[in-house]
Design a protein around this ligand. Structure first.
Ligand SMILES: O=C(O)/C=C/C(=O)CC(=O)CC(=O)O
Ligand SMILES: [Ca+2]
Ligand SMILES: [Mg+2]
Length: 410
């Protein structure tokens, strides 16, 4: 069932002038959540809603905690969206706002558990070719939404610098590994799905109930040390190559805001079709999303960032609903605020790759930047940013805000 209503009406304007700018990430139709306070103060953190270049403070609305809001049923969350819309629409009485430029942010909610999936089949093929030339796409890939349990303690908000990790690295010629700073720090272009109400332990839910458990999306950069990863990841999966830092944007764009950007979920006829617990007519009708994704990069000597790649969530092999349903299918309990990474969302073309590993063909072909500098992986002082937005004629552009990181020396 579609939930497109008057809060998606492109003609609706806000009394916040910056929200009516066609280029803003946060028009009246978006209303993303964050956790914020005035920059440089020790004020308590508050739940906020982004509107243009301002923040609406929800502390006087009785909303002190995003996890508690995430736990509420989808119908209540939709009712809150309607109240926010009515408060911020043109003609409503103006209330006090905080300029985003005067705010600082933290990871927006308590993330109890973080799981990273692998739904980008073009990434899986490309990385598989590099790590397992004889066996790039493992036979389970088209049957199971593959994932691994990540670590939530090292999830940081956009703008937080990360120290280059040290780890065990073994070059193919060497007899033994050495412990040293990683020389292959990479990004991964992902979206993160924040879980809504979730399920009790031992009580899975069906694919058609999955939407009720999806709260919203964020940009997610799953930083990866590509020289630590191949040595440590078999047989138990990614570990220290992945958990030294994961950057999320400060903002959670609700699934309600993204409703107009649903598209059919398709599976090529020649591929295995999803097992019945991951398939339904309603799921096929609209479980995928058309969301544009970008990777931007800047060295210390560049005046402005340059775009390295662009892709789209539509290329994901498994849907957000399938990630949720599969994760809970054994009775594992998902909880409000849990974060599910989509996996690296590379598109089919070379310039749609969501990692430097792919963009540089395994580090063999450096990228030449606009000022002539070259890069394979991140050097100290380099900055990398992810961006995302959904756009469609007849609707306002829904943006995701920044997801930026900087690599510091080891
Ligand atoms: O193919 C592999 O062995 C590993 C690939 C990854 O880097 C794992 C990962 O984080 C999943 C993803 O982002 O798609
Ligand atoms: Ca990943
Ligand atoms: Mg990571």
């Amino acid at each position: 069932m579609s939930h497109i209503d008057h809060t998606h009406d492109a003609a609706a304007l806000s009394w916040v002038a910056s929200a009516n700018d066609p280029a803003t990430d946060f028009p009246l139709q978006n209303l993303p959540f964050c956790s914020f306070r005035s920059k440089g103060t020790l004020e308590p953190w508050r739940v906020g809603v982004g509107i243009g270049d301002q923040i609406l403070d929800l502390s006087t609305w009785g909303i002190a905690d995003l996890n508690a809001l995430m736990a509420r049923p989808a119908s209540e969350r939709r009712a809150l969206r309607h109240r926010l819309f009515d408060t911020l629409k043109a003609g409503a009485p103006e209330v006090e706002l905080l300029p985003q430029a005067q705010a600082e942010y933290r990871v927006p909610c308590r993330i109890g558990d973080y799981t990273d999936f692998y739904t980008g089949i073009h990434h899986a093929r490309a990385v598989g070719k590099l790590f397992r030339p004889d066996n790039p796409l493992l036979p389970n890939y088209q049957w199971v939404p593959i994932g691994y349990h990540g670590r939530s303690s090292s999830i940081v908000v956009s703008g937080t610098p990360l120290r280059r990790p040290k780890g065990q690295v073994k070059s193919p010629e060497a007899e033994a590994p050495v412990f040293k700073p990683s020389a292959r720090i990479d990004c991964e272009l992902e979206l993160g799905l924040y879980v809504g109400p979730g399920n009790a332990l031992g009580e899975p839910f069906g694919i058609d109930e999955a939407d009720a458990h999806a709260f919203g999306l964020t940009l997610l950069n799953d930083w990866s040390a590509r020289d630590i990863q191949p040595w440590e990841y078999q047989p138990l999966g990614p570990f220290l190559a992945k958990n030294f830092g994961t950057t999320v944007s400060p903002w959670i764009v609700t699934m309600d805001a993204l409703e107009p950007f649903r598209i059919p979920f398709t599976r090529p006829a020649e591929d295995p079709q999803p097992l019945p617990y991951l398939d339904s007519p309603a799921h096929r009708a609209g479980a995928a999303y058309d969301i544009e994704l970008e990777v931007w990069f800047k060295t210390p000597s560049m005046a402005a960032p340059t775009r390295l790649s662009r892709s789209n969530l539509r290329h994901a092999y498994w849907s957000l609903a399938q990630m949720l349903t599969h994760h809970a299918s054994n009775g594992c309990n998902l909880q409000p605020g849990d974060l599910l990474g989509t996996g690296t969302l590379s598109g089919p073309l070379p310039d749609e790759a969501g990692s430097l590993l792919e963009l540089t063909l395994g580090g063999k072909q450096p990228i030449t930047l606009p000022d002539g500098e070259q890069r394979t992986f991140m050097l100290d002082g380099d900055q990398l940013g992810l961006r995302a937005f959904a756009e469609k004629p007849g609707f306002r552009r829904i943006g995701f805000g920044p997801c930026d990181g900087l690599i510091l020396p080891a």
